[in-house]
Unconditional design. Structure first.
Length: 395
């Protein structure tokens, strides 16, 4: 296994950690800047909006050598986290989060391509999986570690820790990834032409709304756990680790299931996520049930990553870095909408558990849009029609 893959995985770990680490620190942020919990949730929203803008950066760098792009993106990411760590105002913190996320979206599209070129033919999938293992570990280890750092050293310590991860990942990529001065051959017209397909936009919308419903809840998970369930602030660290463990399990199981039945897997996960969010409205009042629900929400919610990415690429009819980046941006759009929805629920005086019902409604909309994309693809509106073949998707 090339050592360069480890550098890519560590960089992915750093990026995955910073994305959600603020969800466990909302109370500290709100207290420090003198804002409401709902307003503090904007640190997640700002990052998600930046992810939506990421395809612009991917498009601007699409003809640059892969190593050069990755080094540039990781430098931007590290600098952004350093600015977040020292931000004297809430506005500057939001701005740094927004700009840092531009690098996030572009990174994974480019890193997948570079990783596949580092190994012999037939081993590309394993190489790409190793890169994304860093992202999975960020949710099991990085997010709880960042939360613990924020509780021990103040919320600024969480961003300083992420920046340190970024420095190590950046140094590893500079040292270990082979130099490639030949720009990739890219037909921009062909890359952009796939976006004329209305089925693709439906698939992207299903990604955004289906996944986004989770973040109406997850953005405000810390106040739900401490103010509703009755856990202490220090408990949040291991509870996030439980959530992350569910994420890894869901990713693994959903990936295997999607290879056999892509449509059935995606539909099932959307249904289970909708039901789980409704259930969390009740189980949030009981500690043992909350632990179980957190694991299940992590598994169902993040289990959607692989099936939706695969579905979008099949609808597009080609393996495209730009399409893959667009789907990552769709996740960001969903997180943005979900976190804003949750903030609106809290601002209007609803109980904290109300964010779960709002998220369930949003995920149900994602299920409906997914059904519309299937109906447009194969002429039938049934969500339970079974596996949708590549032939039908490409028709």
């Amino acid at each position: 296994m090339p050592a360069a893959l480890l550098a890519l995985a560590l960089s992915a770990f750093a990026i995955g950690t910073t994305e959600f680490v603020t969800n466990g620190l909302l109370t500290a942020l709100a207290d420090d800047f003198g804002v409401t919990i709902a307003h503090a949730g904007m640190v997640t929203t700002a990052y998600a909006i930046g992810q939506v803008c990421g395809p612009v950066l991917a498009l601007l760098t699409v003809r640059m050598p892969g190593k050069r792009v990755l080094v540039l993106l990781m430098a931007v990411f590290t600098a952004g986290n350093l600015v977040s760590a020292v931000a004297p105002t809430f506005g500057l913190l939001l701005a740094s989060r927004f700009l840092t996320a531009w690098a996030h979206t572009a990174f994974f599209g480019v890193a997948s391509v570079v990783a596949s070129r580092l190994v012999p033919p037939g081993r590309q999938a394993g190489a790409i999986a190793l890169v994304f293992t860093g992202l999975s570990l960020a949710n099991v280890l990085g997010m709880p570690m960042g939360t613990l750092a924020g509780q021990s050293w103040g919320w600024r310590g969480a961003f300083a820790l992420v920046a340190a991860f970024g420095v190590v990942g950046l140094a590893g990529m500079i040292r270990l990834i082979p130099r490639d001065d030949v720009p990739p051959a890219v037909d921009l017209r062909a890359e952009l032409a796939v976006f004329r397909n209305p089925r693709l936009w439906l698939a992207l919308a299903a990604t955004a709304t289906g996944f986004g419903g989770l973040f109406a809840s997850f953005t405000f998970i810390e106040p739900v756990l401490t103010r509703v369930t009755g856990f202490t602030t220090s408990d949040v660290v291991w509870l996030l680790a439980i959530y992350g463990a569910g994420l890894v399990a869901g990713n693994w199981l959903a990936g295997r299931a999607a290879d056999r039945a892509l449509v059935a897997t995606t539909t099932t996960l959307l249904v289970l996520l909708t039901a789980g969010l409704c259930l969390f409205t009740v189980t949030a009042h009981d500690k043992p049930l909350t632990v179980v629900t957190l694991f299940l929400l992590g598994a169902c919610g993040f289990g959607l990553l692989t099936p939706t990415q695969t579905y979008v690429l099949r609808v597009a009819g080609r393996d495209s870095t730009l399409v893959g980046t667009a789907n990552t941006a769709a996740f960001g759009a969903g997180i943005t909408a979900g976190s804003l929805l949750g903030a609106a629920v809290i601002d209007h005086g609803a109980p904290y558990t109300g964010v779960n019902l709002a998220g369930a409604a949003m995920t149900a909309c994602g299920l409906l849009i997914f059904g519309l994309s299937l109906a447009r693809a194969d002429g039938r509106a049934s969500l339970l029609a079974g596996e949708l073949s590549v032939k039908k998707l490409d028709r």
